[in-house]
Design a protein around this ligand. Structure first.
Ligand SMILES: C[S@@+](CC[C@H](N)C(=O)[O-])C[C@H]1O[C@@H](n2cnc3c(N)ncnc32)[C@H](O)[C@@H]1O
Length: 452
């Protein structure tokens, strides 16, 4: 019988998994190039994308299952064989692909990409995986919820334990909400567009096939097709931006201040999504944004995003070239763990550690202090993260305000500046959530510098 080669779609998926693993690469950056170079049709490309994203997201659960079935530690396997097993497990437990096809295709894949040696192992292990469905496996191997709720959620929702703990703490210990968040994190979000003020509006995007966003007046959701198919996106008048990122920029712009309101600063601007939105809002009321970014290549992205609507400078926000107390509004969107955007970065949860969160914290504290020095008395600073972890959010603000005791800085209630947005909690700061708002888990605190 002629030898049937492995399915090209699964070959692409395996190559993507391998590159992500070997090069510490991001799936969302690796895949488009691979899909284009292998010339997959749209349907096949969508299937390969689902295989890669789904496998990476559920890696923790799949490895726990495979660990029960492989007779040696998983890290003793050829890493490519493990990739094939993970990909096969995903097909068996999370897609409608029949068991026979999933096992058979995995055997062909390992034969073509590794050799005949491991075909027997892949065949035997995947047949055993197929003996139960995903829920059955989770019940069989996860710790009991009543004895170890974090361990149970970690395994059944495929998030590392420390992240589940961090989410639980940020949700005030509520395990039902934590479960809802973990579930939302495992669903790939729709593409959200921003209509950049003064350059585009949502009406134009809706006329091109998008639908209005849920909360932000600048947001539109694209249910299908490539964003670059829209002229407004190609021309930079609109962009791809999570609705939560839009809301935090809109809140900073909406909060009232007394006196002058002409000079705005984005202190950590790259790649420029929030800068482009703020620049348009500033221009609409005669103000001008200075967008600052430390890394030159990211500053170039900012220049592209803002076009001529803002000034862009390469500078270190911790060694600022500007005169102290010279801005009316400052955004400091600090480098963070990115735990709020796990929906769109399927591999990120397995890379990050609690040590990374702690390592970023001194920069976050220092950047917030520098932002408070940059704003004039009576002006506003928005401290923003794309992480809900308390060590990156409220606790950073608490530490910085602790040094400025007296009336030097006051926390403003953010909630009035997010009109129409529900589930905003008790304030004064706001944490947005994938499971409540359908946004990334963006955090914002608004700080008003006192007069003396
Ligand atoms: C979370 S990202 C900002 C995202 C951006 N606001 C947006 O919406 O596109 C943080 C950025 O801060 C930059 N950064 C980190 N430390 C900095 C510093 N000391 N001064 C200026 N920029 C800094 C990083 O290079 C990174 O581009």
């Amino acid at each position: 019988m002629p030898r049937v080669p492995a399915d090209p779609v699964r070959v692409v998926a395996l190559d993507a998994l391998r590159t992500v693993r070997e090069q510490d690469a991001y799936a969302n950056l690796v895949l488009p190039g691979l899909l284009a170079s292998r010339r997959l049709e749209a349907r096949d490309a969508a299937f390969a994308t689902e295989l890669v994203y789904g496998t990476l997201r559920a890696l923790g659960t799949y490895d726990a299952i495979l660990g029960e079935l492989v007779d040696r530690p998983l890290d003793a396997l050829d890493p490519l064989v493990l990739d094939v097993l993970r990909l096969g497990t995903h097909q068996l437990l999370a897609t409608r692909i029949g068991d026979h096809a999933a096992v058979d295709e995995s055997v062909k894949l390992v034969r073509d990409k590794v050799g005949h040696g491991p075909t027997g192992l892949v065949n035997a292990v995947l047949r055993k995986v197929a003996a139960r469905d995903l829920a059955g496996w989770c019940t069989a191997i996860s710790p009991r919820f009543d004895l170890d709720p974090i361990g149970n959620l970690s395994l059944t929702h495929s998030h590392p334990r420390w992240i589940v703990e961090g989410f639980r703490d940020a949700l005030g210990g509520d395990l039902d909400e934590t479960t809802a968040l973990l579930t939302a994190d495992n669903v790939r979000p729709a593409v959200t567009l921003v209509a950049r003020p003064g350059r585009c509006d949502v009406v134009e995007l809706v006329a091109l096939g998008a639908r209005p966003g849920r909360w932000a007046p600048t947001a539109a959701i694209l249910d299908g097709g490539a964003p670059t198919a829209l002229a407004a996106v190609r021309e930079g008048r609109a962009g791809v931006q999570d609705e939560g990122s839009q809301l935090v920029a809109l809140a900073l712009a909406a909060a009232p201040i007394d006196g002058s309101d002409l000079r705005w600063l984005d202190m950590c601007a790259g790649p420029g999504g929030k800068a482009a939105l703020l620049a348009g809002l500033a221009a609409g009321r005669g103000a001008r944004l200075l967008a600052v970014e430390r890394q030159p290549h990211r500053a170039r992205l900012v220049s592209h995003a803002v076009a001529d609507t803002a000034d862009v400078t390469v500078a270190d926000g911790l060694a600022p070239p500007w005169v102290p107390a010279s801005f009316d509004r400052v955004l400091v969107d600090v480098p963070c763990s990115g735990l709020g955007a796990l929906r769109r970065r399927p591999e990120a949860r397995w890379r990050r550690t609690l040590a990374d969160v702690e390592a970023l914290r001194p920069q976050q504290v220092a950047l917030l202090r520098s932002a408070l020095d940059a704003v004039r008395p009576g002006g506003l600073v928005a401290y923003v993260t794309c992480s809900p972890h308390l060590r990156e959010t409220r606790s950073v603000v608490d530490e910085v305000l602790g040094d400025r005791s007296g009336a030097a800085v006051e926390r403003a209630d953010v909630r009035p500046y997010l009109p129409g947005v529900e589930f905003l909690g008790d304030g004064p700061d706001v944490q947005l959530w994938p499971h409540r708002h359908g946004t990334d888990a963006m955090y914002i605190a608004l700080l008003r510098r006192g007069s003396a």
